[in-house]
Design a protein around this ligand. Structure first.
Ligand code: NAI
Length: 337
């Protein structure tokens, strides 16, 4: 039988816990039998030290060529310094949909079992454009940009996903009582798109109330449609519902390109200790396998992951275990058989 062609994937290990979780995930992916050709790149502060650029030109070219990247977290300096590498890549490749499924894993006791939420976050607009300036000393303006095109395409993404996957409800989460024009436009676009999907319930909730509703009763929601900043914040809240940031995956999706990365950041507080949980990046890699039409391998990794959680013998500290990152990866490899 002819050997299947290798998938060329751009790999950005990132910094903080990035290299540790990436290494664990690459080991597992390579054990699936699917062939990968990794094009590995540094980004952020590390890349600047080596190449004098935060995002080397060769990294852009690699993503453009391959159309698929697996990315660890990259730290962004607070209150100054260089622009977020993550935001820059999303913008550069027009990865307008940030898709984050939130689901419990077996064997993990949480306040709410059986949570099954989809977060669809607009990924290229809003406050994330970073349009800030000092008007006079002591006064700073930040500009939030919401467009009809951007709002309509993310609403379409949410509804099309919901219909394709048999989901019943989409809620737009907003603050249009205060941001009357910007969030108002986002809602108008979502309502218009909703008219084309009469089979799916459409609701609207204000963001602050939504946070309370999510911690009181997450079952009332199904698919959440949010602007960029709201989606960022609500993602972490929802991660907390199912056991924390160590678990929740994500995909940045555009028309020609996709970057798969966990919801979490570089976790400097636990970096370099081999204690980070690689589950979130591994679940992002499962999304990548499905994107590459490697369904059997995706199912195999996901099943092994569920087995390790259900057995509860080799879990990392963030979810109540004592295992290290690499030990956890060993357990997943063993469960894959
Ligand atoms: P964080 O997500 O890195 O960490 C928040 C908390 O969750 C920490 O206590 C951390 O130890 C824990 N945590 C995160 N991932 C974990 C894992 N896999 N296993 C176990 N525990 C885990 O958020 P923080 O501290 O606010 O940000 C740190 C840096 O990461 C910042 O520079 C930020 O800009 C960057 N960041 C990068 C992202 C990306 O590359 N997409 C996303 C979010 C933040």
């Amino acid at each position: 039988m002819a050997e299947s062609k290798a998938h060329k994937v751009t790999l950005i290990p990132g910094d903080g816990i990035g290299p540790e979780v990436t290494q664990a995930v690459v080991r597992i992916l390579e054990a699936t039998g699917v062939r990968f050709e990794w094009e590995r790149f540094a980004a952020g502060a590390e890349a600047f030290e080596i190449f004098g650029e935060y995002i080397p030109a060769a990294l852009y070219q690699s993503i453009e060529r391959n159309g698929v990247a697996l990315k660890g977290p990259v730290a962004t300096p607070i209150g100054g310094g260089f622009k977020s590498i993550n935001v820059t890549l999303r913008k550069r490749f027009d990865l307008f949909a940030n898709f984050r499924p939130i689901k419990n894993l077996p064997g993990l006791e949480t306040h709410w079992p059986g949570v099954d939420l989809i977060i669809v976050r607009e990924n290229t607009e809003g406050e994330y454009l970073g349009l800030e300036h000092e008007v006079v000393p002591g006064v700073v303006e930040a500009i939030k940009v919401i467009t009809e095109k951007g709002s309509t395409r993310i609403a379409k993404f949410a509804f099309e996903y919901a219909r394709k996957h048999g989901r019943k409800k989409v809620h737009s989460i907003h603050k249009a009582n205060i941001m009357k024009l910007s969030d108002g436009l986002f809602l108008r676009c979502a309502r218009q798109v909703a008219e084309g999907f009469p089979d799916i319930f459409y609701g609207e909730h204000i963001i602050d109330n939504t946070c309370m509703q999510l911690v009181m009763n997450p079952y009332q929601y199904d698919t959440l449609l949010l602007e960029n900043l709201y989606g960022d914040i609500v993602s972490d809240l929802c991660a907390g519902l199912v056991g924390g940031l160590g678990l929740v995956p994500g995909a940045n999706l555009g028309v020609n390109c996709a970057i798969f990365e966990a919801v979490h950041g570089s976790a400097p507080d636990i970096a370099g200790k081999d204690i980070a949980n690689p589950t979130a990046l591994l679940q992002s890699a499962v999304l990548m396998l499905r994107h590459l039409n490697e369904e059997a391998a995706a199912d195999r990794v996901h099943k092994a992951l569920e087995t390790v959680y259900a057995e509860r013998k080799t879990l990392t500290r963030d979810v109540g275990g004592t295992a290290g990152t690499s030990q956890f990866a060993d357990a997943v490899l063993k469960a894959m058989g």
